[in-house]
Write a protein that binds this ligand. Structure first.
Ligand SMILES: CC(C)(COP(=O)(O)OP(=O)(O)OC[C@H]1O[C@@H](n2cnc3c(N)ncnc32)[C@H](O)[C@@H]1OP(=O)(O)O)[C@@H](O)C(=O)NCCC(=O)NCCS
Length: 210
């Protein structure tokens, strides 16, 4: 048996294997909330009057680095594939961003699941507001703008998701009029993510004509 207290235990191949095994021993069940929006009624989000939302062009993507460290070549390829990046500006400074995927297959990384992007539907993901700008409604304002733009282009449904414990995100999503549709649990075993059977929620009750 090796001596785990020996300084050599943490280096080399044996150290690597030991660290990997101990990371696999960490088990956690996470849950992702999946919401949809039928684009029929898009609430007006009372945003900060200083907030402006617009699409970012491919030559402007470096602005996103002011919000969060990101892999720019990967983001460029998203725009080349037809995805869209919306950015919020507060007092002229980039405050946050969100991505829209209107085609292909969408990968929900936190629960290791793929979903087909169906015709006339799009997925919203990878949204963030810079810490200095939080609480000023930049996020729901970006969502509102995306919903309006895609509805104008003939889209009929949007999807978005967030973690069960991410209350700020859930509030922004609900403020923009999304409805919770599915709960997607996953088992995290160290760095591995294994999807667990999903929990469907009943479809929202139809709104009665007034
Ligand atoms: C989730 C997130 C995008 C919300 O952005 P935002 O522009 O601050 O959104 P809002 O202004 O609507 O605030 C939403 C909620 O954030 C919380 N909040 C407010 N000020 C905050 C602050 N300074 N810091 C953290 N959270 C704050 C509040 O709960 C607020 O809701 P309430 O005012 O109704 O109580 C942002 O917190 C963020 O970037 N988080 C890290 C990345 C992330 O979770 N992305 C979303 C994944 S789907």
């Amino acid at each position: 048996m090796g001596d785990t207290n020996h300084p050599a235990a943490g280096v080399g191949l044996r150290g690597k294997i030991r660290r990997r095994l101990s990371s696999y021993a960490r088990l956690r069940i996470s849950e992702t909330y999946l919401y949809s929006h039928d684009l029929a009624v898009i609430p007006t989000v009372p945003a900060d009057p200083a907030c402006l939302v617009r699409l970012l062009g491919i030559d402007e993507l470096a602005l996103l680095l002011e919000v969060h460290p990101l892999d720019l070549p990967g983001l460029r390829s998203r725009l080349e594939r037809g995805f869209a990046c919306y950015a919020a500006f507060l007092d002229g400074r980039i405050a946050g961003y969100g991505w829209a995927q209107p085609l292909g297959k969408h990968f929900l990384r936190d629960v290791a699941r793929w979903r087909e992007v169906r015709p006339k539907e799009f997925w919203i993901y990878h949204c963030r507001t810079a810490p200095w700008a939080r609480g000023r409604r930049a996020y729901p304002f970006i969502l509102m703008r995306m919903l309006e733009d895609y509805r104008r282009q003939g889209f009929e449904r949007a999807w978005i998701y967030t973690g069960k414990t991410n209350v700020p995100s859930q509030k922004g999503i609900e403020r923009a009029g999304f409805v919770l549709r599915e709960r997607l649990p996953a088992l995290e075993v160290g760095p591995l993510i294994l999807p667990l059977p999903l929990r469907m929620l009943p479809p929202p009750a139809p709104t009665s004509p007034s």
